[in-house]
Design a protein around this ligand. Structure first.
Ligand SMILES: Cc1cc2nc3c(=O)[nH]c(=O)nc-3n(C[C@H](O)[C@H](O)[C@H](O)COP(=O)(O)OP(=O)(O)OC[C@H]3O[C@@H](n4cnc5c(N)ncnc54)[C@H](O)[C@@H]3O)c2cc1C
Length: 443
């Protein structure tokens, strides 16, 4: 076997798109994926069946000519449908334009489409049930193993670690001198609960929205699927008064739903089975540095920067990594070391910014969206954007509907916040001054 130009560890969302991108350019690519071929073995339940795809991810798909095909499989969501505890409903639009929608897309379906498109490239080979265990950057060899215990070793030229949040490639890099690594499990876990379609096949809720039941310290969300169902996800602390630890039985869980999400329970006829079968999963945040070793190894996607899912950007950011990496490889075809280091320099500050934004958005989704102050600010941002389309964009808009680097979006939103605070204070001071004048005129 000749050594491929690029070896990719992991055929998940980032790895499959990267293989496809490189394959389309005629590079010889070999992908090693730890899991069995999804076309032959059913996938385990409860791993975020659908995802929110937005502008950054759509652009990456457009770069390989797949945006339209993905759109055909996706459902547009034009806003957040807020479910109050009193069973009230309120749609908060994401944007001011009809095209300001995010798309709900099946993870498995999207992943398979990318893998199959990559496999169509004559220079791409995807091997399932072959997990990368480690590598030696000096000798450029990697070791792999299969579920049946078979092990092997093979040479690589450049290895991309697209093997997710618990990356084996990154684990190997951690053994190197001066490799910084930070991992944080947040105190909340999640469990998926399926909302099936109605018996007549219709959606049980408005399909054009992302449904949220914000309850302060916890929340339930629901994303529509083309078959009329919704994938619900409960985010709840592991420990404490309202927590997974306190929901020992299915009856406890039902009671919890009855109290907190009264309008959801009647739409969950398979609640008991869903609760029993779907595991509680944890959420991890990963940051590390450097992402690359010379021209030998680079981390891409969650392997480099796993973020919590509350901005719906993990996949979008991973796809954006692929676009930037491909751009850099094309710009320096004879200097891979330069291409990889430029890729990491362009991405790292912005995925760090995203990590912070994603955590902040959790508070917004589970708590703020139901508050008057948030609604006022949301309305103000949208009005200012209508009046000053070139100068004013809400943070959500910049993150979701533009390709402005995350760090720039964050800095620009901070400047806008300062302006709004200053204007509010000025307005308050003006009102006080007017009241003081009126009372002195009355005397
Ligand atoms: C609950 C939840 C909801 C989310 N919702 C959204 C959303 O709405 N929008 C969004 O943009 N993002 C979302 N995300 C984030 C998104 O899932 C990730 O950012 C995205 O999957 C990252 O892609 P990846 O290819 O880097 O990693 P993965 O998708 O995790 O793929 C990694 C692949 O590598 C394989 N692998 C692992 N170890 C090895 C090994 N040693 N050797 C070979 N292969 C290996 C795995 O089997 C897998 O196929 C969500 C995440 C969670 C947890």
């Amino acid at each position: 076997m000749t050594t491929p130009e690029f070896t990719i560890a992991g055929a998940g969302l980032a790895g499959a798109l990267l293989a496809l991108t490189l394959g389309r350019r005629g590079h010889r690519v070999r992908v090693l994926e730890r899991r069995p071929d999804p076309r032959k073995v059913p996938q385990p339940p409860g791993r975020s069946i659908n995802m929110a795809l937005s502008t950054r991810g759509r652009h990456a798909l457009a770069c390989v000519g797949l945006e339209e095909r993905v759109l055909e499989k996706a459902l547009p969501m034009r806003g957040r449908m807020i479910h109050g505890q009193d069973e009230s409903l309120e749609l908060q639009p994401y944007g001011i334009h009809p095209e300001d929608v995010i798309l709900s897309i099946g993870r498995a379906e999207l992943n398979l489409l990318l893998v199959e498109e990559a496999e169509r490239c004559p220079t791409v080979e995807v091997l399932f049930d072959q997990g990368v265990d480690g590598f030696d950057a000096a000798t450029r060899t990697l070791t792999w193993s299969r579920a049946d215990g078979t092990r092997g070793e093979e040479a690589f030229v450049t290895l991309f670690g697209t093997d997710g949040a618990f990356s084996a490639v990154r684990r190997q890099m951690q053994r190197r001198d001066r490799f910084d690594y930070q991992q944080q499990f947040i105190d909340w876990g999640y469990k998926e609960i399926s909302f099936p379609a109605r018996p007549d096949g219709a959606f049980a809720m408005e399909p054009g929205a992302l449904h949220i039941w914000p309850r302060g310290n916890h929340m339930l969300i629901g994303l529509p699927n083309p078959d009329g169902s919704f994938t619900g996800t409960l985010f709840l602390p592991f420990e404490g008064a309202e927590s997974f630890a306190n929901l020992e039985s299915v009856a406890d869980a039902r009671e919890f739903f009855r109290n907190w999400f009264p309008d959801a329970l009647p739409m969950l006829p398979d609640f008991d089975q869903s609760w029993r079968e779907n595991p509680v999963r944890s959420l991890v945040l990963v940051q590390c540095d450097p992402w690359v070793i010379d021209d030998a190894v680079a981390l891409v996607g969650d392997a480099a920067h796993a973020v919590v899912p509350f901005y719906g950007q993990g996949m979008n950011a991973s796809f954006e990594d692929v676009v930037v990496l491909a751009e850099e490889l094309a710009m320096a075809p004879d200097d891979r070391r330069l291409a990889l280091s430029r890729y990491a320099d362009r991405r790292k500050p912005h995925t760090d910014a995203l990590a912070e934004l994603a955590m902040r958005n959790f508070v917004e989704m589970r708590d703020s969206v139901a508050k008057r102050s948030y609604k006022w600010r949301h309305a103000l941002d949208q009005q200012l954007q209508r009046w000053l389309p070139d100068q004013w964009m809400s943070l959500y808009h910049m993150v979701t509907f533009t390709r402005l680097p995350y760090g720039e979006a964050k800095a620009r939103a901070e400047r806008q916040d300062r302006l709004v605070r200053a204007a509010t204070m000025g307005l308050g001071a003006g009102l006080l001054w007017m009241l003081a004048r009126r009372s002195s005129d009355d005397q």
